[in-house]
Design a protein around this ligand. Sequence first.
Ligand SMILES: [Zn+2]
Length: 211
Amino acid sequence: METEESILKRQIVRSMKILHRRGLMTGVGGNASVRMEGSGEVWITPSGVYKPELKPSDLVKIDLDGRVIEGILKPSMEWHFHTAIYRRRADINAVLHTHSPFSTGLALADVKLRPITLEAATMLADVPILPFRYPGTEELGRQVGEAILGRRALILQNHGVIAVGFDMIEALSTIEILEEVSIMTFIASQYGEIQEIPPDQIELIKKLYRI
Ligand SMILES: [Zn+2]
């Protein structure tokens, strides 16, 4: 029987293939991790591997200080923000990072997402745009660790996006919804004023979803 650990590793590999196929990241421009629920052990993508060709055996197991526990390759240079998220959020077991072109592109012009769909009004009600920090640094890790509290997605200006979830499916969905809402926002902005869901309806949605 397949162990829980090997299922999680396959989920990482699959998520990278899906996101690459959808044009949300280049072969070397994204990364992913999962935490073994309730533990301080994280499986993360390696650096320097073309992600659509990633295999479960390429993944690296690290602790929350970035020390390699298992695996032969080097962990993603972005392990700082992955582990910073797991340290601050006991409810999170999956982290994804992509360079989604529409989500990142709108943020370059400081365009904030507005409640234009049900998902935008609920899941993406609060997606901050964080000022540029150099990739792979401890400082970026600190910035992300602070900003992720109470949120499920962040945008790193001049860089990309981060989405988190209780599991990989939740994190994947958030990346997809974020890009979908960004594309809709971009299209609408070509033609005029963007119509939001009316405020009374948003109040209703918030009551229904208890947010
Ligand atoms: Zn990146």
